[in-house]
Design a protein around this ligand. Structure first.
Ligand SMILES: *Cc1c(COP(=O)(O)O)cnc(C)c1O
Length: 373
C-alpha cells in the first residue's frame, strides 16, 4: 500500500489534483477523534477498540493519542502491533479459540483479559499457566437487530455460560461476562436484552462479576441513517439495574468507532451497456458488499464535479478476472457516468484494511489523510 503523507482538504480536492490510478482510502483523523470523544463521554465505562476493524497504524496511533484505555485483540500479530504502537494499553484477547502457541504468546505479552466460550478452552488456558487476570465468559442469545450474526460462530449458550462462569471464579480468575450483539446493530434494545441476560447468568452462577464487556456492534452511517450512540449507551445503562451488584463496564467497538471517519474512492475503468468495471471489487476494499448494505456514495468526474444524472441501475464488476468479482446487486449510478469517474463510498473505515487480498495482482491503494470527508 502506498502512503500519502501530504494532508489534503477533501477527497474530491485530492482526486482532482492527483488523478491517481488506484483506489484511495481517505481518513479524516478529526472525525475519529470526535467519535472517540462521543464514546468516552457517553459510555459509562472503559472504551476499547477492536483492532481487526481497522489495524492501520494511523488509526491505532490516533486512538492511543486520544487516550483509549485498551484494545480487543485476536491474534499474536494484533497483540504485537498494539504493544509496539500503544505499549501501555490494556490487551483484551477476545478470540475464544487459540492454539497453545498463541496462548503462550498472550501470556508473554501480559494479556489483561481473556474470553472463553468453552470448558476445553478454559482448561487449556489453565494448563498453560494463565493466572492473575480476568477471564470473560462469552455468551450468546438468539437476538436479532444486527446486520450479521456473530453468535453463529462464538458464544456459550446461557446454561453453559453459567457453568463456565462458576469454573472461572473457582479457578481464582477475576470473573467477567462478555457478548457481541452482531455488527452494524441498529437496535439499542439488543444491548439491553444482553445486559439483562448477563445479570441472570451471574445470579444463576452465584458469582459477582467484576466487569461486563458489552462488545462491539455499534452502527456506522453506511446505511445512510445518522448515527447517535446515546440511545445505545442509555439502553446499556438502563439494563444495568438488573445486577444486584453492578460490574464495571467495558465496550469494544470496531465499526462504530472507525467506519465513519473514512471514505473509499474507486474509479470507473470501463463502461459497457448496463455494465461498469471498477478498479476495485469484492477481493479488495469492497469485500463487505456481498454481506452488508451497500454504503451511501456520491459520484464525481475526474475534475471533481458532482455527477447528478438520474440514477440508472448498473451491474458492477471488480478488476479481477473472476466472475465472482461482482457486486451482489445493481448499483444505481448516475446516467451521465463516464470512464474515469470516481465513486466515493462513505463510512468505509471498517473491514477494508486487513481484508484486502492480492488476487490477480490487485490490492494496492493509496491512503490519504483529509481535513473533511
Ligand atoms: C469484531 C469484534 C468486535 C468489533 O465488532 P464491530 O461490529 O466492528 O463493532 C468486538 N469484539 C469482538 C470480540 C470482535 O470479534
Amino acid at each position: 500500500m502506498q502512503q500519502q503523507t501530504v494532508p489534503q482538504a477533501t477527497p474530491v480536492s485530492f482526486l482532482a489534483a492527483n488523478a491517481p490510478d488506484m483506489p484511495v482510502h481517505f481518513f479524516a483523523p478529526a472525525a475519529l477523534d470526535a467519535r472517540l470523544a462521543e464514546f468516552c463521554a457517553g459510555f459509562d465505562g472503559m472504551v476499547t477498540y477492536a483492532v481487526k476493524a481497522n489495524p492501520d497504524e494511523a488509526v491505532i496511533m490516533r486512538l492511543c493519542a486520544g487516550g483509549i484505555g485498551g484494545f480487543d485483540v485476536a491474534s499474536p500479530d494484533e497483540i504485537a502491533l498494539i504493544r509496539r504502537l500503544c505499549p501501555h494499553a490494556a490487551l483484551h484477547y477476545n478470540n475464544p479459540v487459540r492454539s497453545r502457541d498463541e496462548i503462550a504468546f498472550g501470556i508473554a505479552a501480559r494479556v489483561d483479559s481473556w474470553s472463553v466460550d468453552d470448558a476445553g478452552e478454559l482448561a487449556k488456558l489453565i494448563a498453560l499457566g494463565v493466572t492473575d487476570c480476568e477471564i470473560a465468559v462469552r455468551f450468546k442469545l438468539p437476538v436479532g437487530g444486527a446486520a450479521y450474526n456473530f453468535g453463529a460462530k462464538f458464544g456459550a449458550e446461557e446454561g453453559e455460560a453459567v457453568e463456565l462462569l462458576r469454573q472461572v471464579a473457582a479457578a481464582g480468575f477475576k470473573p467477567a461476562l462478555t457478548f457481541h450483539v452482531g455488527t452494524q446493530c441498529r437496535d439499542p434494545n439488543a444491548y439491553g436484552t444482553y445486559v439483562r441476560a448477563a445479570a441472570r447468568i451471574a445470579q444463576a452462577a452465584g458469582v459477582t462479576i467484576a466487569r461486563l464487556n458489552v462488545g462491539g456492534g455499534f452502527p456506522s452511517a453506511r446505511d445512510g441513517a445518522p448515527v447517535d450512540m446515546q440511545p445505545f449507551f442509555d439502553a446499556i445503562a438502563g439494563a444495568m439495574d438488573a445486577f444486584a451488584q453492578r460490574p464495571a463496564l467495558v465496550c469494544e467497538p470496531g465499526r462504530g468507532l472507525v467506519a465513519d471517519s473514512h471514505a473509499y474512492a474507486v474509479q470507473v475503468k470501463s463502461l459497457r451497456a448496463g455494465r461498469v468495471y471498477l478498479n476495485d471489487g469484492v477481493y479488495g476494499g469492497l469485500s463487505e458488499f456481498p454481506s452488508m448494505v451497500v454504503p451511501t456514495f456520491r459520484v464525481v468526474a475526474p475534475d471533481g464535479t458532482l455527477r447528478s444524472g438520474v440514477p440508472d441501475p448498473r451491474i458492477v464488476f471488480g478488476p479481477t478476472c473472476d466472475s465472482i468479482d461482482q457486486l451482489p446487486d445493481p448499483l444505481p449510478l448516475p446516467r451521465d457516468l463516464a470512464e474515469g469517474d470516481w465513486i466515493i463510498f462513505a463510512a468505509m473505515g471498517a473491514y477494508l484494511s486487513g481484508v484486502t487480498t492480492r488476487f490477480n495482482g490487485y490490492g494496492d491503494r493509496i491512503s490519504v489523510q483529509v481535513d473533511h470527508l
